[in-house]
Ligand binder design. Structure first.
Ligand SMILES: Cc1cc2nc3c(=O)[nH]c(=O)nc-3n(C[C@H](O)[C@H](O)[C@H](O)COP(=O)(O)OP(=O)(O)OC[C@H]3O[C@@H](n4cnc5c(N)ncnc54)[C@H](O)[C@@H]3O)c2cc1C
Length: 390
């Protein structure tokens, strides 16, 4: 990205506000579709996309009451493979896609009851789930503690190295001639009911008839959005640890492991390069991104309870990110306010997974077409009562 405050462009077909995986994927695909795109982001390292665990896990994350979200997540997983292949082809970089599946395990009998209840719901939604006793869990993952009560294999879940993926998206966008501006969008400029571009925080305007606000949990701070949407997205803090194997030590797990430990959830996500992600907290603390001693303790304690060998690994990084949450946990994708304005945010805990289908939906909307039907429950109109079909 160019130095802060340096404005190299004044006119484009589309301005995208926000350079996390959502905004960057949209910018790349819109440029591939032939549009002249400017991507604006302060590039200050705050994006949730760089903190995430990278699970692509509709099955093991499906929760009661989130049927429409599950259908969208399943569409997202079906799309992810071809999108990642195109990205790897465009950049020559691997994004670390893994297809081993998720092994969900329960630490004690109470945890097992909870896991089996969730599994019954997931099966009723048509998802594949194989129940395993403790011995079968340890056959799949020999370093699991013998105390594990039992588990369920969700063989269809994947994961991706979200940092490699985000870097590849940025590179692909650059190669497709997306122009990057290192700044913050202060407001969407509007005249006669039509979006005319954006005003930048450091000064200067970019003219464009179409504007996409994809600024994650900060989207509501962009001026020019309808009032009813400004408070719809909130930050949900997640703390997460990055561990590394000491030199010469082979990876201790091959599946993503999701564990319930005395009622608390913890996950461990292996990477091909020897990293092991341990996450994550879920906290309502506004924009706070500090890492706390208690969270590091609790995450390590729960991880070691199910996978004692975790204590031998190197604690390489602790981090915290802000998931863009919404009142119904679903994304907000569609037209709103003046003609030419799209709001694309609220991907909460599934933004990495949903980034390819979100880019598809945004490019369709920019071309005046309808996105896939799985998006229908997730328009801004559900919060504004506006007609989102324009
Ligand atoms: C701990 C944790 C674990 C997670 N694990 C997973 C997972 O396993 N799988 C999964 O699919 N998802 C996961 N997520 C969720 C995922 O990270 C998010 O849903 C996704 O990153 C949202 O992407 P985004 O581009 O909308 O937002 P962000 O990545 O937050 O990017 C928003 C960007 O907008 C920029 N910005 C802010 N204000 C402005 C402005 N005014 N103008 C221009 N730019 C602006 C910011 O600088 C930032 O770069 C996790 C999140 C956390 C925190």
């Amino acid at each position: 990205m160019p130095a802060k405050g340096v404005l190299l462009v004044e006119m484009a077909d589309v301005v995208v506000a926000g350079g996390g995986v959502i905004g960057t994927a949209i910018a790349w695909r819109a440029a591939v579709a032939g549009l002249d795109v400017v991507l604006v982001d302060p590039a200050d390292g705050q994006a949730a996309s760089l903190v995430a665990a990278g699970m692509l896990a509709p099955a093991s994350e499906a929760l009661f009451g989130e049927g429409a979200l599950l259908r969208l997540n399943l569409l997202a997983l079906r799309r992810f493979g071809s999108f990642a292949a195109e990205l790897e082809e465009a950049t020559g970089h691997q994004v670390g896609l893994r297809r081993e599946g998720t092994l969900a395990v329960a630490y004690d009998p109470g945890d097992y009851t909870a896991l089996i209840r969730l599994t019954a719901f997931r099966r009723s939604a048509g998802l594949d789930a194989e129940e395993l006793d403790s011995r079968a869990c340890r056959k799949l993952e020999p370093f699991l503690t013998p105390d594990v009560h039992g588990g369920v294999l969700f063989a269809d879940d994947w994961s991706v190295d979200n940092r490699r993926y985000a870097a590849a998206l940025r590179e692909a966008a650059g190669s497709a001639k997306v122009r990057s501006v290192r700044d913050r969008v202060a407001e969407v400029r509007v005249r006669d009911g039509q979006a005319r571009g954006v005003r930048l925080a450091e000064g200067g305007d970019i003219d464009a008839a179409r504007v996409v606000v994809a600024a994650g949990c900060w989207s509501g701070a962009v001026g020019g959005l309808p009032d009813a949407l400004r408070a719809v997205v909130r930050p949900v803090k997640g703390q997460l640890l990055r561990l590394r194997h000491p030199a010469g030590v082979p990876p201790v797990i091959s599946h993503t492991i999701r564990a319930i430990v005395r009622g608390t959830d913890v996950y461990l996500v292996p990477r091909a390069d020897g990293e092991l992600i341990v996450g994550a907290t879920s906290e309502e603390r506004g924009p706070d991104r500090t890492v706390t001693a208690g969270a590091v303790h609790d995450l390590l304690h729960d991880a070691m309870s199910v996978l004692p060998v975790t204590s031998e690994l190197i604690l390489a990084e602790t981090c915290a990110g802000l998931r863009p949450g919404t009142p119904d946990n679903g994304p907000v994708v569609g037209r709103c306010g003046p003609d030419g304005l799209l709001l694309v945010t609220g991907h909460y805990r599934n933004g990495i997974l949903m980034s390819p289908v979100t880019a598809d939906a945004a490019v369709a909307l920019l071309a005046g077409q309808a996105p896939a039907p799985e998006w229908e429950p997730f328009t801004p109109a559900r919060f504004t009562g506006e007609d989102g079909s324009r």
